[in-house]
Design a protein around this ligand. Sequence first.
Ligand SMILES: [Zn+2]
Length: 487
Amino acid sequence: MASYKPIIGLEIHVQLNTKTKLFCSCYNEYSPDEPNKNICPFCTGQPGALPVLNKEAVKKAIIFGTALGSNIPEKTRWDRKNYFYPDLPTGYQISQYDNPIVEGGKLSFYIEDKTNGNFESTEVVLTRAHLEADAAKLLHANSKTFVDFNRSGAPLIEIVTEPMIRSGSQAMAFVSELQLLVRRLGISDADMDKGQMRFDCNLSLQNDEQQKTDSLPSYRTETKNINSIRSLGRAIEYEIKRQTELLEKGERPVQETRGWKDDLNKSTSQRSKEEAMDYRYFPEPDLRILEISSIDKPLFSNLPELPATQRSRYLKLGLSHQIANTLIAQVEVGSFFDHTTDQLSDSKTIKTIANIISGPLIALSAKTEKKIDAIATSENLIILASLFEQGKINNQGLLAALEILSTSINSNMFDILETHQLIQVSDDNALQKIVDAVILSNKSVVVEYQLGKTQVIGFLIGQCMKESKGAGNPKKFTDILLANLTK
Ligand SMILES: [Zn+2]
């Protein structure tokens, strides 16, 4: 039986976070509660209104290309993409056709093998990325359709990859890294709930012969309207299954555009090749060819540290992929970790600090809605990590100390530990006394244990910890309890 291998190319629309729109001075802001707030004759398509290029958008597109090692041509051109739709009153979109601002480039990232938890390095090569103005937004309610022009004319970069992605999980890992990158570069907020990052997915299945010669199948489908990373994974899995079933029946999937329906978890056909759009691209007569030399071009060396560079720095410190990714996800978290561990050389302490930040500190930050550097100072974090390693505080004590610090960040760490008795008790005599008391007051549980219900040991350890107000060393409690119970 023939085996089929997916081959996927993506088109990703990323909205740039410029102050104003691409060709007019209206604010480029997300304001769904105030439709048609930021509009002017140009972005509502009034006859005679002329475009004026926003150089900030051009610069942000160049920053993107620079980060990916793409070619930025000396000149770039604008083209009209003609089509009719109610969200496009001019009947055309200003885009770029055969002379995009970003050519080629690639993005390296890791993909997790869920079967064994290993991470493998991979990369996706870009065909191009071009600038274009977004359309308005249609809203359907009460059997009526409304149009909101706030989004009309917002600057987008459309990023096109080579057809080389092989699975839904690879596609998801790629767009996650892309999201991280554009946020780090400060060129987009890439908030998918606000439609600031959207995906179209081209997919076909190679048969054995095509796999051998690495050639593309004679058809492909394009799934549009994918608005989240999770939906991208689902849309790909859906399409692989649908095409496999057709091919196994001896049918060739139709070349067509499909629309993803998130609520139904499926795609439906929108139009086939026979009725494919002919956009009749032609050069935009109202805009000049853009000389890139007229733009203050950013240098790679002036860009912020890229997520991939930061990740490899963390992996070299011995951190796991999961911990490294947690630290990278938010700029301020990574900076806090870097600042805290800056002068440290002991890799064990560095790892402990990474664990504390990526676990309890981030959790506390979410709970208290405070930034992590407003919960604990670097100095206190280093003290806590060292005490933890030396076995002087246990996990519970560590969490309690952080919780107290979150309400009084400038307190003396040692005062807190002493006042709240958080220093771990490891003294055998003191622990033995607590164990004796717990055994005495839980006689029935002790009998259950001795009759073979050994899991009740957990309850007894818990009682000892409670008795010691969380300050006892749980490992020592376990040892002493076991010694006493099996007497
Ligand atoms: Zn406008």
